[in-house]
Design a protein around this ligand. Structure first.
Ligand code: P6P
Length: 334
């Protein structure tokens, strides 16, 4: 019988190789995993337990919140705030940084997360996910906003959980990318996709075509060439996918290559794009680069950006390295 490696065993064995690891990180990651297992169970039973639909409220982004947006945010906060591993948290659903209650010790990590990415899909039974990013900070000290606003290159861990036909966790701690499938029978994530790597080339792009009139010329040019297929410059046909759930798009790209674009949007230059740098772009960029891909705004590497705000938005172009570099080249040509 094949010996299955659980996520817990994988993390402990990987951390054992690192100098000076206290075990706090391993324990923190296991707490994140427990929260995501709870979310998986709720998402799976959605209609049966009345947690779908809108909450008749808006989040800091001005987006209508789904009931599960709020529930999953509370699950993440309640699973992590007592552990003594975190000095603070940040969530897509909460305007300010989330402090650790005074009765709990403050640890040396910061957790940032989008508790339910793609939640507009939840009512139509399409894939959604949880995205998380871990930064290191001074232990035992109340963190200030500035402690969160660190470049993505400073992340110590990034991951996401995709609640799809299978519940999958994808994780990096800077030593490559590994994928785990939740075995519902035993409640454990099992290593099923070791050392995930992205092909450098692809013939599949993901973009919301309804926004085409708001794209800048370099993105217009790239997508037009894809649509011209064998009759155009690229001399090959392309396929298109748009799931409207970043976690699903990124997982597909990790498994078969591709390029995902949520580009700069001319409608509102102050927004720059739709996706948030701290808990969407940065963790996904860390994962994509660790898998051999690339992630850019079109003008700069996402992981090099010094964030200005907790909910700052950035344009995102990520995936197969040669495609991302082509699009970046078009931006440089103007
Ligand atoms: P649109 C989900 O709301 C999200 O933040 C990403 O997961 C997804 O890629 C994108 O927005 C979808 O945006 O404009 O197509 O609904």
């Amino acid at each position: 019988m094949t010996k299955h490696v659980t996520l817990t065993q994988f993390i402990i064995e990987q951390q054992r190789e690192l100098p000076g690891v206290s075990g706090a990180f391993t324990s923190l990651l296991n707490d994140v995993v427990t929260a995501c297992k709870k979310i998986s169970n709720l998402v799976n039973r959605g209609n049966l337990i009345g947690v779908l639909g809108s909450a008749d409220s808006q989040n800091v982004q001005g987006e209508v919140q789904k009931k599960l947006d709020i529930i999953t945010n509370d699950i993440m906060v309640d699973a992590l705030n007592w552990t003594g591993h975190l000095a603070g948290m940040a969530s897509e659903e909460i305007d300010d940084i989330i402090s650790i209650p005074s009765q709990y010790p403050k640890g040396k990590y910061l957790a940032l997360f989008d508790p339910l990415d793609g939640s507009s899909n939840i009512d139509v039974n399409l894939a959604v996910g949880t995205i998380f990013s871990i930064l290191r900070c001074c232990e035992g000290v109340e963190p200030a906003l500035e402690d969160f606003l660190r470049k993505g290159s400073e992340q110590v861990c990034a991951g996401f959980v995709l609640y799809g036909p299978s519940t999958m966790m994808v994780l990096t701690t800077g030593q490559g990318v590994n994928g785990f499938t939740l075995d519902q029978a035993i409640g454990e994530f099992i290593l099923t996709h070791p050392n995930m790597t992205i092909p450098n080339d692809t013939n599949e792009f993901a973009i919301n075509m309804s926004n085409q009139r708001f794209w800048e010329p370099p993105v217009q040019r790239y997508i037009e060439e894809c649509l011209q297929g064998t009759e155009g410059l690229r001399k090959k046909d392309f396929n298109m996918r748009w799931v409207a759930s970043m976690v699903a798009e990124v997982y597909r790209i990790l498994t078969r290559g591709g390029v995902f674009l949520y580009p700069f949007d001319l409608r509102d230059p102050s927004r720059a794009g739709k996706l948030r740098i701290m808990y969407e772009a940065n963790p996904m960029a860390f994962i994509i680069e660790q898998a051999g891909g690339a992630c850019s705004t079109g003008r700069e590497r996402i992981l090099d950006i010094k964030p200005k705000g907790l909910h700052q938005r950035v344009p995102v172009i990520l995936g197969s390295k040669n495609e991302v570099e082509r699009i970046v080249g078009y931006h440089q040509e103007g």
